[in-house]
Structures are given as structure tokens and as C-alpha cells.
Design a protein around this ligand. Structure first.
Ligand SMILES: Nc1ncnc2c1ncn2[C@@H]1O[C@H](COP(=O)(O)OP(=O)(O)OP(=O)(O)O)[C@@H](O)[C@H]1O
Ligand SMILES: [Mg+2]
Length: 272
């Protein structure tokens, strides 16, 4: 399969703090890559490097076979959907759900471009696919966290991207809303149209269809490989500097942070 993203020896610094140390990684077309690692590991910075929002100190980033440069970065970015970590929305915002999703199309046609029936249809399709058509006239300031996350996903889909970046899409959501979002992402991936990069802290949210896992720590990629090989007790404990237990129930991996007692409760310190 062809390489869609190729990052070579990339470093990023914020003043004197190095957020990415000379990282290299190739991502092939059609992959579902989960990126995991402790807070501050550089996961979000890696996403910003891929979509050209982050300024790199050294190294090269190639996306769709083109070296990302200031001149072509906007063209590249149009082909990448970005679902950022949940942001606070002003509850007084008058922008409707449909308008918020339309921003994904305006990014493609340009603010001065002509809005056509086809753009309208793409927005309707995105709302429908994510299951929020009934909310289309509602102001975004009145949405719940889970609904708002769906708006961000619909906006990315309306763009008809080839790559979608998800940055902790389930943070701050209740368990049902988390499950809805994960199922939605799996459904989107199953259409076989997209390459997905998915940052998460919740290991149990890594879907079965995930093809690769990238482990980041202190600005470095410490390991990467197929999901099953990476999601192992020893590897995860080293990654988080914390004991991690992995158990398999009905063929599915479950993760527990902390020491796992097999006594009465049979519970670890927390499920992740
Ligand atoms: N705009 C910025 N200015 C200064 N430092 C920054 C900035 N953005 C990130 N950093 C620093 O770079 C490092 C990597 O940050 P990044 O947000 O990529 O981590 P992360 O792995 O996404 O963490 P988290 O799991 O908490 O979201 C952190 O130490 C962070 O403090
Ligand atoms: Mg982050």
C-alpha cells in the first residue's frame, strides 16, 4: 500500500521546550492509526504537524506525495479533516449546527466561492451520517458535549477529506456518548474511504479495526507496530511508567491501570 504521510526527522519546539524530537514515521493509505502516550508526549503536536498547523524546526513532512511547504499547505489541508480536542463553545453563539458543519465546505470552496446545491447536499449528508439532522437549526451553544463532538465530526466529513485526524474525541463525554462516538468512527472507517489517525487515552476505545498503534513519550515515538503487538502489558507499563494489566475477555482486550488484585472485587485501580 502506498505511503500517504511520510514524516522524516521532524523536530518541533516551543521556545526552549522540545515537543517533538527528531521523529520519523510513515503512514500508509487506508490505515487506522491510534496514537497513545502520557500527557505532554507530543500527540497533539504530531497531529498539527500532519495538517500543517504546527511550525517545524527541522525535518520534512510529505503528505499525498508532496512536501508540505507554506505555498501548498492550504491545498494539503483541504484534504485533511481535523476533529480537535473538545473546545469550549460560547453558549451565546448564534451559529447553528448546519452553519457550523457548512464551515467544512467553505474551507474547500473558499469564502468567495459559489455555494452550490452539491455543497448543500454534502452538508446534509454529513449531518445525516453522524445522526444530527434533527439538530441542524439548533445553536451550537446549546449542544451537549457529545452532540458538539458530532458536529465537529460532521464538519470534517463535509469537507470530503482523505485523512481524518481525531484528537481525543471522547474526552469529557459520558459512557454512552463515548460509545456512540467510537461506533461512529468505526463506521466511518468501515467505508474504506479514509485514513484515520486517532489520539486517545482510553485504550479500550481503540477499535478492533485499528491497524497500527504508535506509542509516544517525551516527544519521541518509542515504538510502533500492529495493534495487537503494541497493546501488551509490558510495553504499556513502560510507556506510562505505571503498572498496566491486560486481560482478554471474549476475545477482547481489557486494560486496567494499577495493580490488579484477584481478591473479592477483582478490580484494578481503574479501567482505561
Ligand atoms: N503552544 C504551545 N506553547 C508551548 N508549549 C506547548 C504548546 N503546545 C504544546 N506544548 C508543549 O509541548 C509538549 C507536547 O504537547 P502536546 O499537546 O503535543 O502533548 P499531548 O501528548 O497531546 O498531551 P495530552 O495527552 O495532555 O493532550 C507539552 O510539554 C506541552 O506543554
Ligand atoms: Mg493532546
Amino acid at each position: 500500500m502506498s505511503k500517504l504521510i511520510s514524516i522524516k526527522n521532524v523536530s518541533v519546539s516551543f521556545r526552549d521546550h522540545i515537543a517533538l524530537h527528531n521523529i520519523s514515521i510513515d503512514i500508509r493509505k487506508g490505515a487506522f492509526v491510534s496514537v497513545i502516550g502520557p500527557n505532554g508526549a507530543g500527540k497533539t503536536t504530531l497531529l498539527t504537524v500532519i495538517n500543517g498547523l504546527g511550525r517545524i524546526l527541522s525535518g520534512t513532512v510529505e503528505v499525498f506525495g508532496r512536501k508540505a511547504r507554506p505555498l501548498n499547505i492550504n491545498k494539503i489541508r483541504k484534504r485533511i479533516g481535523y476533529v480537535p480536542q473538545q473546545m469550549a463553545v460560547d453558549p451565546r453563539s448564534p451559529v447553528s449546527v448546519k452553519e457550523a458543519v457548512s464551515i467544512g465546505r467553505f474551507g474547500i470552496i473558499g469564502l468567495l466561492g459559489k455555494w452550490t446545491d452539491s455543497d448543500e447536499q454534502k452538508v446534509e449528508n454529513a449531518l445525516d451520517k453522524v445522526g444530527i439532522s434533527r439538530l441542524s437549526e439548533k445553536p451550537v451553544g446549546h449542544l451537549s458535549g457529545g452532540e458538539h463532538q458530532k458536529v465537529s465530526i460532521a464538519r470534517a466529513l463535509a469537507q470530503e477529506p482523505e485523512i481524518i485526524l481525531f484528537d481525543e474525541p471522547t474526552s469529557n463525554l459520558d459512557p454512552k456518548a463515548q460509545n456512540d462516538i467510537i461506533k461512529l468512527i468505526e463506521r466511518i472507517y468501515s467505508e474504506k474511504k479514509y485514513t484515520i489517525i486517532f489520539v486517545t487515552h482510553i485504550l479500550s476505545h481503540i477499535p478492533h479495526s485499528c491497524t497500527d498503534v504508535v506509542l509516544m513519550k517525551k516527544g519521541r515515538i518509542v515504538k510502533s507496530g500492529n495493534a495487537d503487538d503494541m497493546l501488551e502489558q509490558k510495553i504499556l507499563s513502560e510507556l506510562y511508567d505505571f503498572p498496566m494489566q491486560v486481560s482478554i475477555v471474549h476475545g477482547k482486550k481489557h486494560f486496567h491501570a494499577g495493580h490488579f488484585h484477584t481478591g473479592h472485587s477483582g478490580r484494578g485501580d481503574g479501567n482505561v
